[in-house]
Write a protein that binds this ligand. Sequence first.
Ligand SMILES: [Ca+2]
Length: 417
Amino acid sequence: MKKTTLLMVAVFICSLFTMTHAQEAVNLVVNGDFETGAIDPWISTNASKQKVMSVASGENAHGGTHYAQYDANATSTQRLEQDIEVTKGKTYTFSFWYNNYAAENQNGLKCYSLSDKNTSSSYIEGGSPAKLAAASEWTKYEQTFTATGDTMRVCIRAYELCHIDDISLVEVEGDIPQPGPDYIFSEPFTAGQGDFIIQDVVLPEELTYVWTFDSQYGMKASAYKNKAFASESWLVSPAIDLTGTNNVTLTFDHAVRNLPGNTGALTLLFCTNYTDNVTTAAWETVTIPTWPEKGWNFVTATVNVPAAMQGQANVRFAFKYTSTTDDCNTWEVKNVIVDGEKNSGIGSLNTSEASFFVSGGELIVNNVAEGTMVEIYNALGAKVQATVFDGSAINVSNLTNGVYVVRAGNNVQKMMF
Ligand SMILES: [Ca+2]
């Protein structure tokens, strides 16, 4: 792990603690504790087939005296749903407590899903894992995410006996401290194309674009509209100053529709003399070493910036999409990170003896005391998983491939899953 990155992560973690103490969280969920004694305003979208959960009373609530109860032996999914006004682009933490849940059903307790109020038929699975582990005592589920619309439909669904209490959705005040600022450059493509430039060298008249922003998949290139068209379209990074840096790499997540396909039609190039036209710059093509084995699966690829461009002041890279009427793929790119060593003279930082590595969808944790909370943050600084370390490997198979920061106590490590 690079020293600058380690220092940055340490600052990031400290910032997290400061923020937690400073903010006063307001729960946006109405009647999330069920202490009204009624289910309102929670709704079911299809009450004739999907039972509305009942509110039970007694001492077995997580908080207060009431909780929601999903019935045993249900024959169809049961939901708790509530629409909540949120601010697109802001970050929220969603959590609830669950109990008396066996997890035997194939579908079990879906942690939660998100959708726009007007497109409720197309849920976006927001939870990880997709089905929660069994719980015989009150257990907390928590997830932090960034809103992609203005109305969040929160949905918790189960197929079997389950108790739910203290459902909460709170805005994370202020900017999430990110590992990103310490990167030389980063662009997640979660809110637009950033400062990237799109140039269509060949754009068929039937199309208005090839590269476009997609809030779910990042930047997406396709020249298919009812049929395949020939095209050439470039997604060009802003100029990046690499002076004072060494061993700089470019990392990104990408997915393609057709595999193996002709990935030669999808290329990555670097240059130092772009002005305003890709066709007049001198590009060096760099082989993308990692491609998905199955269509639409995102994988993380890392390449070295070409040696001739290391340390240069005006470096750009470009994702070049080409297609023909016989070979027309779809390419999605997100979580772009340029990182490297900085010659800034920052003093050494003691690295911990704890270590983490990923093998077979499991996070292996060494030299960490049992009972320590192991937290995983994505490249945007959002916590995506938290697990109390019990000495065994931690299942991370539900996390998409990408760059993560793992934290256990004072030990932090950036790594790729
Ligand atoms: Ca309660």
